[in-house]
Design a protein. Sequence first.
Length: 186
Amino acid sequence: MGATYLSLQLRMADRDTALAGLKSIAAANAGAGLQFYVTEPIENWLAVFPNFTPELERTAKTLSAQLDCLVLLLLSFDEDELYMMFFRNGKQLPWFKVGVGRKRSGKERDKIAAKLEALAEVCDAESRARLVSILADATNITFASDLLRSVCETAGIRNAFTSFDYLSRGERDGLAFPGEPTLVSG
């Protein structure tokens, strides 16, 4: 069993507004037990590490609407698969998963390219094309975290290699600092 990394990446630098939004969402869904660790923004990306609940997608939709920003849900699951979900204006855009050791070509590759257009505001067409090449041909990739690293490097995301569970145990490996993450709960 390998590492699992789960984060919501908010394309914004206003941490106070994000904290207020997360507190509101957690309070409105108190029965769901939503909790989040929130870091300081780095290069206009604010990392939020949610506990794993069925409310993740709804939370991301709500955040993208309330905060008027692009939200990426990144999940590198057990080093086998990378899931990417994009949210904007309260809506989930097309999402995809990439499994290590798998190759996609033709229409399947084109679908990845179309979905990565959601990153147009953060990286140019050439960078997105390189990312499509990496994600579409994962035959020589052993760990999903390597795919996650490629996404993060392309988009400029610096805080994605941890999760709520690791942070709850006091583990800070995988965090790019400054500062200690803030816990938000309902």
